[in-house]
Design a binder for this molecule. Structure first.
Ligand code: UD1
Length: 428
């Protein structure tokens, strides 16, 4: 027998169609944890973060901060203390940036605080080119000298960064966060127009304000930051992960309200709930922060477009595609944020879904059932779509490239097993 795989690969195997039932808890938000951790570079004092999810991306950020010179101590499960000790290196090396694009989040803080930074240029990723040009143009406008060569961003600001008016050509989440961090200790006032309004941006602003930053307008299109000389330590609890919560909402809908979602951030998912209502699914409150998805017997097809917050998140697009692939009728999903975020479509087809792609729109014709097959996880959220598909498919689904799932879903196997799923890991 010829083995054409040179390395071993880990997979997740799911035995579909088991009845899922019980309580599942939403973890802290990955996309809030990463910028909050980067913000610990802005002060000499200790910062305590609660509700940190144990994810590959979070541990990549931890390694990056330790590499730069932050001491990170786990106080108890989910509670970490960050304290700057001394500069070890003002560089975010390629080994770490290539694992996680969000490493770019340390650029603004390093440059503002130490007036110098070298960050590997994030390469392309499976969902598109994802450049960082808006981050760099904004920092240049604040007085930074930046050159990009040999795959690295070299940035310096010998006289420090200065406040100015910045208008992003297009909304960028990490771009807004990077500049907000830099501006909080820059000289003077920065006006950030066309800023991202995501709850994770607001969570960062809230922590920066507790550290002494002067920020107004977070959660709107215009954020005004008046730089202060120094920031102090604080303690902060990370908001729940709305994308993980939305993923569980889809699962709960498919298992007819037998899954109770605890710590559910209802207020961040209002637009998603409108779409669910159109499909025939209502989120019903069953406890203080606990919700279940109640569904009509027959679900309806839907028309979805991804857009920036408060609209439908691109990070839930793949999971909703799995849901709609078993809803009778024709649904469409248009992806407006990333140009190549339909990599999961061929994989869903392998499970029996009927999906065609027309430029940026996926046309989904509902099928009666999915059937288990070996598939690949093509990116983080696509991996969640595959897991949902495997749970409702007839037979066995084996998902390869499972590290994508571990980048963004905490304890997913045990959370699913608690609900009664038959899920196991293996190596081939
Ligand atoms: C963040 C989220 C990611 C989510 C995405 C969109 C984190 C850690 N990640 O990613 O989960 O899918 O928002 O909601 O929070 N762009 C440029 N130039 C730039 C920056 C962005 O052209 O300098 C483009 C991107 O290619 C994309 C769009 O702007 O088309 C939005 O990207 P952005 O909001 O920056 O995504 P991230 O912050 O990387």
């Amino acid at each position: 027998m010829i083995n054409i795989r040179e390395e071993t690969v880990e997979f997740l195997e799911i035995e579909g169609r088991k009845t899922l039932k019980g309580v599942v808890h939403v973890s802290g938000a990955k996309n809030a944890a990463l910028p909050l951790m980067a913000a610990t570079l802005l002060t000499d004092e200790a910062i305590i973060l609660n509700n940190i999810p144990y994810l590959l991306d979070v541990f990549t950020m931890k390694s990056l901060l330790e590499h730069i010179g932050i001491e990170v101590t786990e106080l108890e499960k989910g509670k970490f203390l960050f304290r700057f000790s001394e500069v070890n290196s003002l560089e975010a090396p390629y080994e770490l940036v290539s694992k996680m694009r969000a490493s770019i989040l340390v650029l603004g803080a390093m440059l503002a605080r130490f007036h110098q930074a070298k960050v590997a240029l994030p390469g392309g990723c499976s969902i598109g080119t994802r450049p960082v040009d808006f981050h760099l143009t904004a920092l240049k406008k604040m007085g930074a000298q930046i050159k990009v060569e040999h795959g690295y961003i070299y940035a310096k600001a010998p006289d420090g960064l200065k406040g100015t008016v910045i208008e992003f050509p297009k909304k960028t989440v990490t771009g807004t966060e990077n500049i907000m961090m830099a501006a909080s200790i820059a000289e003077g006032k920065t006006v950030l127009k066309n800023a991202a309004k995501e709850p994770e941006v607001v969570d960062l602003a809230n922590m920066l304000k507790k550290m002494g930053a002067q920020i107004e307008g977070e959660g709107t299109d215009t954020i005004v930051i008046t730089g202060v000389k120094r920031l102090k330590g604080t303690e902060h609890t990370i908001i729940p992960d709305r994308i993980e919560a939305g993923t569980f909402a889809v699962l709960s809908a498919l298992f007819d309200g037998n899954i109770i979602i605890e710590n559910y951030p209802y207020q961040y998912l209002k637009y998603v709930h409108n779409i669910l209502e159109k499909i025939g699914v209502t989120m019903v409150q069953v406890g203080r922060n606990s919700f279940v998805a109640k569904r009509l017997k027959t679900l309806y097809p839907a028309k979805i477009e991804t857009r920036e917050y408060p609209f439908f998140p691109t990070d839930l697009q793949a999971q909703f595609m799995t849901l709609l692939s078993v809803v009778e009728g024709v649904s469409t999903i248009r992806e407006n944020i990333f140009e190549n975020r339909f990599m999961h479509v061929p994989e869903l087809r392998r499970l029996g879904a009927n999906i065609k792609i027309n430029n940026r729109t996926a046309v989904i014709s509902g099928v009666k059932k999915l059937t288990g097959a070996p598939v690949k996880a093509t990116d983080l959220r696509a991996s969640a779509a595959m897991v949902i598909a495997g749970l409702i498919a007839e037979g066995t689904t084996r998902i390869y490239n499972i590290y994508h799932l571990d980048r963004g879903y905490e304890d997913i196997d045990s959370k699913l097993r608690t609900l009664g799923a038959e899920v196991s890991r293996g190596v081939e």
